[in-house]
Write a protein that binds this ligand. Structure first.
Ligand code: ADP
Ligand code: MG
Length: 323
């Protein structure tokens, strides 16, 4: 099947037709018509097979994840997702694979009322680049740079399970069968915290989504906001799966530096603490206060109120040579 037939068969037909899309797939560009009361947040992320997901990942999971990681960036800014474009490079036109991939893409798009408005389809090693756009009320977005010493640090959901699932795939740990499914789901089907992002807009002084690992992503907030931080390890939201598989000490390491969680990390001032915790109490993912910002310029960790150091290192591209 050729490029244009592929586009027509798999990407042009979709359930979501937004009113603010004047022209979708089919011309040289898409045309959208945002309202003047809103700003547009724009983000791009690439997923390369063997780098961002193991080669054996299912097509549906690859489709889901390529949209989810982008919507997660929009969530971190407090934006409501609206449009995505999708550039896919694949080795061959495997129709079954593309159909499953599209199911993953469109499931998530339909859930969040997001329209696929364009893209590119090319042949080569499997790689997917998505650009996602979202809307925020004018100047109500959240940045990494607004945090202040004294602000409390929060995280959504539980952290470290995606990293545990990766270790399981590479046989570095032995996960008991009762946990296999849930941790694999956290790795393959992360849920972007869109509603949390919008709910914290009124309260948060800064936010970021956890893609590279808590320590590394918190460091981005600290450097953009010129603050330090202390994380209270006793308070980290760690799953039974992670604790039971590797023990509590190793669980701390994995929760702090394992990537791929796509939870939100955010900060709020003492004045907003109660208001925010109350406003977010109904969320199904839960939020946990895990520490506090300070003026030290460093990130430290305590356990049982005593300083402790951590061992492992977060993921960084180009930090090691790959073939
Ligand atoms: P051009 O050559 O002008 O870049 P293409 O032939 O690549 O256009 O694409 C034709 C139309 O199909 C465009 O509207 C483009 O945005 C859309 N398109 C191509 N690939 C995809 C895809 N993977 N997902 C969504 N839309 C796509
Ligand atoms: Mg093109």
């Amino acid at each position: 099947m050729k490029e244009f037939e592929l586009i027509k068969r798999f990407f042009t037909e979709q359930a979501i037709k937004r009113k603010d899309v004047l022209l979708g797939i089919g011309d040289d560009c898409a045309i959208v018509t945002p309202s003047e009361r809103q700003n547009i947040a724009i983000t791009t992320d690439t997923l390369v097979a063997g780098v961002h997901f193991p080669h054996q990942t299912s097509a549906r999971a690859v489709g889901h994840k390529s949209i989810a990681v982008n919507l997660s960036d929009l969530a971190a800014m407090g934006a409501e997702p609206s449009w995505v474009s999708l550039a896919i490079t694949m080795p061959e036109a495997d129709l079954e694979w593309i159909e499953e991939f599209c199911a993953g893409v469109f499931d998530l798009c339909e859930f969040y009322n997001v329209q696929l408005i364009g893209g590119d389809t090319t042949q080569g090693p499997l790689s997917i680049t998505v650009t996602a756009q979202g809307l925020t009320p004018v100047n109500k977005h959240i940045t990494r740079s607004g945090a202040k010493a004294g602000d409390w640090i929060y995280v959504t959901g539980e952290i470290g399970d995606a990293a545990l699932a990766l270790k399981d795939i590479f046989n570095e740990v032995n996960v008991s069968p009762q946990y296999q499914k849930s941790i694999r789901k956290k790795l393959d089907y992360p849920r972007p915290r869109i509603l949390v992002g919008q709910a914290i807009r009124e309260y948060a002084t800064s936010a970021i989504d956890l893609s590279d690992g808590l320590m590394s992503d918190l460091a981005h907030i600290c450097s953009a906001s010129k603050v330090g931080a202390n994380i209270v390890l006793d308070d980290l939201p760690i799953s039974d799966a992670l604790r039971d598989t590797v023990g509590i000490d190793k669980a701390f390491d994995i929760a702090l530096v394992g990537g791929d969680d796509y939870e939100l990390l955010f900060t709020a001032s003492e004045d907003n603490k109660v208001g925010m915790e109350t406003a977010l109490a109904h969320l199904s993912c839960g939020i946990t206060r895990i520490g506090q910002l300070n003026g030290s310029g460093k990130i430290t960790t305590t356990l049982d109120s005593k300083p402790v150091s951590i061992n492992a290192k977060s993921f960084e591209h180009f930090s090691q040579n790959i073939d």
